[in-house]
Design a protein around this ligand. Structure first.
Ligand code: PGA
Length: 243
């Protein structure tokens, strides 16, 4: 399983170092732990994690490595700092920053080109779920997001229902089970490995992580709010270790 912390726009380099110095004293064997710090803390995180098994990456990359692209993050620079992952298509990028499926596809392709594993985030809004469009949305986001990469590419998918992100309203076990099973079917249909890790994200907390981790095809978690604090993130990790 992969347990990833999405720190969003939290933690300066100093705060990142303090978190990781405490984190490194904890026992997290048997799982892959990944951190997605803000771009300004990537270098500090890379330095702190050197020599550990934990991985990290940017929350967003541009599809070009350099050039006249004011304000963007270079995938090549992130790789140079030791990153192995890149989060792509997070719902906050899609809704607040207008990222489209076609832009996301280019970013997925660019991550791989620069030696980063993309973690493609997909998920339906509450209206889409109420209208019975969940599967259609997931299939569209997967098909479009993975359009430009080879079938043997190594990547992960994060299923994050938009209505569950940062709301405290976690998806129910049946909803997660159905969505993850559907994503596996889509990946197979598109010619990608059925063993591609599929993480669940959206209000994962210490008290729901255990139950969610036992659902078939849940290959880990992408954790926002509860990853900002060492003890709550550690409780989520421990819930996965005992699954
Ligand atoms: P949350 O965020 O755990 O705070 O709901 C998850 C995410 O946005 O990746």
């Amino acid at each position: 399983m992969i347990v990833a912390g999405n720190w969003k726009l939290h933690k300066s380099p100093k705060e990142s170092r303090e978190f990781l110095r405490e984190w490194k004293t904890k026992d997290v064997r048997g799982l892959e732990i990944a951190f997605f710090p803000p771009a300004t803390s990537l270098e500090a995180v890379g330095q702190e994690l050197q020599g550990t098994a934990a991985t990290f990456g940017p929350q967003n990359i541009y599809f070009e490595a350099s050039g006249a692209f004011t304000g963007e993050n270079s995938p090549a620079v992130a790789r140079g700092l030791g990153a192995t992952w890149a989060l792509v298509g997070h719902s906050e990028r899609r809704t607040l920053f207008g990222e489209t499926d076609s832009l996301i596809a280019k970013k997925v392709q660019s991550a791989l080109k620069h030696g980063l594993k993309p973690m493609l985030c997909i998920g339906e809004t509450l209206d889409e779920r109420r209208d019975g469009k969940t599967e259609r949305v997931l299939e569209r986001q997967l098909t479009a997001g993975l359009e430009l990469i080879p079938k043997d590419a190594v990547f992960a998918v994060a299923y994050e229902p938009v209505w569950a992100i940062g709301t405290g309203q976690v998806a129910g076990p049946d909803q997660v089970r159905e969505a993850h099973a559907f994503i596996v079917e889509c990946l197979k249909r598109l010619g990608f490995s059925a063993r591609t890790p599929i993480l669940y994200g959206g209000s994962v907390k210490p008290d729901n992580a255990g139950e969610l981790s036992r659902i078939p095809h849940v290959g880990g978690f992408l954790v926002g709010g509860a990853s900002l604090d060492v003890s709550s993130f550690l409780k989520i990790v421990h819930a996965c270790q005992t699954k």
